[in-house]
Structure formats: C-alpha cells, structure tokens
Design a protein around this ligand. Sequence first.
Ligand SMILES: Cc1cc2nc3c(=O)[nH]c(=O)nc-3n(C[C@H](O)[C@H](O)[C@H](O)COP(=O)(O)OP(=O)(O)OC[C@H]3O[C@@H](n4cnc5c(N)ncnc54)[C@H](O)[C@@H]3O)c2cc1C
Length: 289
Amino acid sequence: MFPSQFEYHRAASIKDALDLLKQFGDDAKLLSGGHSLIPMMKLRLAQPAHLIDVTKIAELRAISESHGKIVIGAAATHDTVANSDLVRAKLGLLAEAAAAIGDVQVRNRGTIGGSLTHADPAADYPATALALEAEIKLDRDGGSRAVKAADFFLDLMTTAIQPGELLTQVAFAPIPSGTGYAYLKYPHPASGFAIVGVAAIAALDRSGKFANLRVGVTGLGPKAFRATAVEAALAGKAADAATIAAAASKTADGVDALGDIHASSEYRSELARVYARRAIQAAVARAKA
Ligand SMILES: Cc1cc2nc3c(=O)[nH]c(=O)nc-3n(C[C@H](O)[C@H](O)[C@H](O)COP(=O)(O)OP(=O)(O)OC[C@H]3O[C@@H](n4cnc5c(N)ncnc54)[C@H](O)[C@@H]3O)c2cc1C
C-alpha cells in the first residue's frame, strides 16, 4: 500500500515546527521516526496532506542534565537513549526499556517522543514513564506546559496532547542510589512489542521493608497504568517472596484487559500478575536495604 500524497517539510527549529503546525492545522502531522505513522499512512488510517519532520532539530535530539533532572529530547532515538552514558548511569530503568524495544532497525529510527505520543497500548516507554513519574513538556505557539505521565495517557492511543502542540522533551528525576529497578516484558515474538510489560522501582528501609514502590504496567489494558493496588498492598511491608506474590496477584484487578489474536484477556491478566511479581522481585534484588 502507498500513502496518499503529502508534502514533506523539514523543520529546522522548534519555532519552525510550531509555525508549520499553525499554518497547516489539522492537515498536518508531525513526523519523528515514522515507525508508527508511516505504516498508518500506508494503511490510509492517517492521510495528512503535510508531514512536518522534527528529527533534524538538534535540541530535540539532545539528552542532558538540567536542574537535577535528566532531560531527553523528543526526537532522541531508542538506541540513543539505551546507549547514553547519562541515562545508563542515572536512569537505568529507562535504558533497559529502550534496549528492549523492537530490533536494531526500530531502535535506530523510533523516538521517545513518537512512542509516547502514539501511546500504543503495547509500547514499552509508557510503563517506565509512569514508574519514573516523568514530566512531559508540550510546546505550542506562544507557550508551553508540563504534563505528568500519570495525566498524559488518557486511553487507547490517546494522550493529553492538544492540536498545535509539539512534545519537545521528557524530564526524569534520577533514580536514587540504592533504589532497585527492573523492566520485564513478555515480548511479541515478531515485533517485540510487550504483550505485557512491567516496570518496577523499589526502595527498601533498613529493616528490608518497602519504603517506596512504583509499578507501571503496559500491554494489559487500553492504556499503560500505575498498579496502585499492588503498590498500596506492599507499602511498609516486608519485601519477601510470599508478600510480593500476594500483592502482585492484584495487578489486573479492575483493568479492562485487552484480548486479541495474540493473547486472550485472561492470558494477559495472568501474564501481568506473573510479570509484576517478577519485576518487583528483580527490583528488590537490586535494592540496598
Ligand atoms: C516492527 C516494529 C517493531 C516495534 N517494536 C516495538 C517494541 O517492541 N516496543 C515499543 O515500545 N515500540 C515498538 N515499535 C514502535 C517504535 O518503537 C516507535 O517508537 C513508534 O513507532 C513511534 O515512534 P516514532 O518515532 O516512529 O514516531 P512516528 O511514527 O513518527 O509518530 C508517531 C505519532 O506521534 C506523533 N509525533 C511524533 N513526534 C511527535 C512530537 N515530538 N510531538 C507530538 N507528536 C509527535 C506523530 O504525528 C504520530 O502521530 C515497533 C515498531 C515497528 C515498526
């Protein structure tokens, strides 16, 4: 299938991209890695008359440390994130998730901004963005706003981004030393997308009890979510295998689990419980009491 005809624009700066967005309005789509948008255009599920390529904007490709946060430009590829010394040192969870996305080709083209915006229910980044309590910066003509990851993912492939907005960067607080983390997924054997993926961050107190736990889940429902029931069940509790397993059994509670040709909703729910247990245990094993 070929996409319908479109005009290609290469934005040279954030201002340039915002101007083009304003000029073409609903007829335009932002193009980043193209690994979701181009297939959708080929299937004619998207038929933008104008494509605004943001991948050559240097500011959007950068990864830096600023005001105590790690700031990742929207057009940073998964490979750049996975191999950044800064991300590996201070945001190991994100580096691990990025390295687990698709294959080399996908990681060399796909970007963090494109992935978060596309909000595929099986994407890896959303679970980690939730567990890391990321803040997503959205620029528009004449201003910008920051949206917490918890408020960003609204529904299946639906986010808080409004028409005319450009996702410019994602900011993360570094993972404190001594805090353990893990991202584990059951990958689709062909694409690598998560049938279910779980990101866990665990801090323990001196007696080995949970002082902090955040769990993000992708793949199970129409949107990624924080497993708050699991987190609440483990707050202040001993980080032993039985306690973790009992809490992880709540992972799918109240979730409208997806079912498709790849996995039934029952199977996905069970995978979520198993992967939550394993991810929390792996995070605990890396944490220092
Ligand atoms: C074969 C294959 C395997 C894959 N496997 C995985 C996997 O295992 N795990 C996983 O998580 N993902 C996987 N992906 C998805 C891939 O990782 C991409 O991240 C994802 O397709 C979107 O990122 P992109 O940069 O390609 O965005 P694009 O396709 O360019 O854009 C996606 C959407 O975001 C919008 N957009 C892009 N950038 C911005 C911006 N800065 N501001 C606002 N809107 C923007 C676009 O207009 C479009 O609507 C796979 C994809 C393929 C093709």
